[in-house]
Structure formats: structure tokens, C-alpha cells
Design a protein around this ligand. Structure first.
Ligand SMILES: [Zn+2]
Ligand SMILES: [Zn+2]
Length: 247
């Protein structure tokens, strides 16, 4: 069996296990008594533990005791249309494998469990930033149609509920499909997504503070384009919140 087939079979099996045994943790797939919205305490701790400080502008991992007023070495020369970026952790280990599973069989259930955990973990800090609306970074409709859902939208809905502000998935749309950004250089990524996101004509955000949600932030090219579209629609402060930073 090829690795891809083995992976598909395993994913299917895990999904069936979840159906039969609701006491199985979505992340470690063990029978647990301490599930909180589908995730056990050990997994919750691993998913939300960030071992490094991160840059407030681009959310890259940074060393201790560095000056970050102008951003870090990764973003100092970049101009972003968003004001700051926050993350749960680096794109690594269990956080990475969980994000990948969100795109597979029963990925929507994994995304909803992770959204609830993220909301419990981060809502107090996010609330301090004063968001008035939560906007998921959209997929092109063709990709959304193939997958059946947009994982970023499920994450955004969970955060919006916890923050008590509206989730606005229709504030952004993809104007054209773009190739997957993995395996592309930062320059290619910028070209790929240039003008690929737009807000509806006539939308007036009147200086609102917007929390924009995605699963992963790598170079920031997509988040920049999405923020540019919201900015053109009159958004004030734009904060990007992602589960993970990395590739
Ligand atoms: Zn677990
Ligand atoms: Zn930075």
C-alpha cells in the first residue's frame, strides 16, 4: 500500500472510531475521561503551549530579549496591511499534524474541537485587542466546494462566539483560484495572491477593528492581501489570529 493510501485508510478508521466511541480524544485518539469539547487535557496542553516568544507584527518565533518595536528580522523590511499577528504556536509537532487533519475526513469536527479550545485559551487576550468583528480568510469557492467546508471559517466562528462579536465570512471572497502556496518562494506567493481577495462592493467598515482568522501564516502574503481588501472597505485596526506560524 502506498503511504497516501495507508494515510487515507488510517484517517477513515479514526473517523469511524470517533463515531463509535465519543469518549475518544480528537487529537490523541485515546479513550479519555477528561475530554473538554472533544480534546483531552494532555492534548489541550500540547496544542496551546508556545515554546517561543513571537514577533507581535508577523508572529514568527523570535529569541528572548530582542527589540521588536519595528518587527523582527523576518518582517522588518516587509510592509503589511495588517497591524499585528498573534498565534497559538509554531507550525510543528502536534499542532501541525492537527492542522493537516482539519483538511481530511471529518476535518470539520477536528476544526470545531480546536476552535473551542482556541477560544477558551485565547479569548481573554484577544478581547483586550478590541475586535468588533471576526473575518475568516476565505477559500476559493471551488476549493471550498471540494472540501465541503472552510476550516478557517469554523475557527473564526468559534472565536467570534467566545468574544461575543459577529463572524462575517461574507466580508471577504477569493476573486480567482490560486495555486497551493506550499513549495513556493516568498516572491511567488506574493505574485500568486496579488489582488486575489476582495470585499463586496459598497461594504463600509467605518473604522471597525477586525480580527482576521486563518489556520496558518507563513510569509504573510495571503493575510496581507486579505487585509488590503478590508482596508479598502474602511477597516480600522486589523489583527491577524492564526493557529500556527511556519510552513
Ligand atoms: Zn488527547
Ligand atoms: Zn516579525
Amino acid at each position: 500500500m502506498t503511504a497516501r493510501l495507508r494515510h487515507a485508510a488510517r484517517t477513515l478508521l479514526n473517523g469511524l472510531l470517533q463515531l463509535l466511541y465519543p469518549n475518544v480524544c480528537w487529537i490523541c485518539e485515546r479513550l479519555r475521561e477528561d475530554l473538554n469539547e472533544g480534546i483531552c487535557n494532555d492534548c489541550a496542553g500540547q496544542l496551546t503551549h508556545d515554546p517561543y516568544p513571537s514577533c507581535p507584527r508577523c508572529c514568527s518565533s523570535v529569541g528572548p530579549h530582542v527589540h521588536l518595536e519595528q518587527g523582527c528580522i523576518h518582517c522588518r523590511d516587509e510592509s503589511f496591511a495588517f497591524d499585528r499577528a498573534v498565534r497559538v504556536g509554531p507550525y510543528d509537532g502536534v499542532l501541525r499534524s492537527t492542522i493537516l487533519r482539519m483538511k481530511n475526513f471529518r476535518g470539520a469536527d477536528v476544526a470545531e474541537a480546536v476552535a473551542a479550545l482556541w477560544a477558551r485559551h485565547a479569548a481573554p487576550r484577544l478581547r483586550e485587542l478590541g475586535p468588533q468583528a471576526v473575518v475568516p480568510v476565505p477559500l476559493h469557492w471551488t476549493r471550498r466546494w471540494r472540501r465541503g467546508f472552510n476550516q478557517s471559517e469554523l475557527l473564526a466562528q468559534g472565536l467570534a462566539r467566545a468574544l461575543g462579536v459577529p463572524c462575517r465570512p461574507n466580508w471577504l471572497r477569493r476573486t480567482r483560484p490560486t495555486p497551493p502556496q506550499t513549495r513556493q518562494t516568498p516572491a511567488q506567493r506574493r505574485v500568486n495572491v496579488h489582488n486575489a481577495l476582495a470585499a463586496p462592493a459598497g461594504l463600509d467598515l467605518a473604522g471597525q477593528t477586525v480580527l482576521m482568522v486563518d489556520d496558518v501564516l507563513t510569509t504573510g502574503a495571503t493575510a496581507h492581501e486579505a487585509a488590503r481588501a478590508l482596508r479598502r472597505a474602511g477597516a480600522g485596526t486589523i489583527i491577524v489570529a492564526v493557529l500556527a506560524h511556519g510552513r
